[in-house]
Ligand binder design. Structure first.
Ligand code: PLP
Length: 233
């Protein structure tokens, strides 16, 4: 199984590299987050051993548990799914980046927790670019309006944006959604206070089915699960 995972990881890295090169970018500018929600901690560890240091989970409790089991490894944990406010304290203590900040109430809770524990939490704002009702996230207009208040919060560091393409979207629509996230980031960064602008650079977009397109459209972080564990589940 270790070899299978290492082989999958190699293929994925090659695909990331070609997608980056074909759009005039460097693969070094794209961080691969291995999404381990389909596997247990021992398999997650094999992905780490194969060289993937950034791991992501979509459920807070599962992230806490895996992070605890694998605590001796220098894993950067990414919270990529919906986060309830009552789970903020344990989650911000366990992870390096929260991708899925989808409301003002949530980011204020993260900021308040940081104030209590003297911590600055790295966050991405999740934008609903597909317009699908079931999706979490700020609408693009909401986010543009909310950003000035968000940039004032001293205990969060907004590092950029995150999105998920619509489930119903075809290839052209998906590409447009990624492109609109990129434009939104540019707009927000150019309106940001000077001290916040340079830090606001990440675009977390792209999953197993669409990461190459996401990279062509500017993704700096891709979140990949199924493609890394092909042949294992
Ligand atoms: C599960 C999940 C992923 C990974 O999806 P795959 O299609 O398996 O690569 C990425 N992002 C989020 C938010 C997820 O929940």
């Amino acid at each position: 199984m270790t070899e299978l995972i290492a082989g999958n990881l190699k293929r994925v890295r090659d695909a990331i590299e070609s997608a980056a090169e074909s759009s005039g970018r460097s693969a070094d500018d794209v961080t691969l987050v291995g999404v381990t929600k389909y596997v247990d901690a021992s398999v997650a560890r094999q992905l780490y051993d194969a060289g993937c240091r950034d791991l992501g989970e979509s459920r807070p409790q599962v992230l806490w548990d895996k992070a605890e089991v694998l605590a001796e490894l220098d894993i950067r944990w990414h919270m990529i799914g919906h986060l309830q406010r009552n789970k903020v304290p344990r989650t911000v203590g366990a992870c390096d980046l929260v991708h899925s900040v989808d409301s003002m109430r949530l980011i204020k809770a993260i900021n308040a927790e940081g104030e209590k524990t003297d911590r600055v939490t790295n966050v991405l704002l999740e934008a609903n670019v597909s317009g699908e009702q079931a999706k979490h996230g700020f609408s693009q207009d909401e986010l543009k309006t909310a950003m000035s208040a968000i940039f004032e919060l001293p205990h969060v560091k907004p590092c950029g944006l995150m999105c998920m393409a619509g489930l119903e979207s075809d290839e052209r629509e998906t590409r447009n959604q990624f492109a609109s996230l990129r434009k939104l980031r540019e707009e927000i960064a150019s309106a940001a206070p000077a001290g916040r602008r340079d830090g606001f650079r990440e675009l977390s977009m792209g999953m197993s089915g669409d990461f190459e397109m996401a990279i062509e459209e500017g993704a700096t972080i891709v979140r990949l699960g199924s493609i890394l564990f092909e042949g294992i589940r």
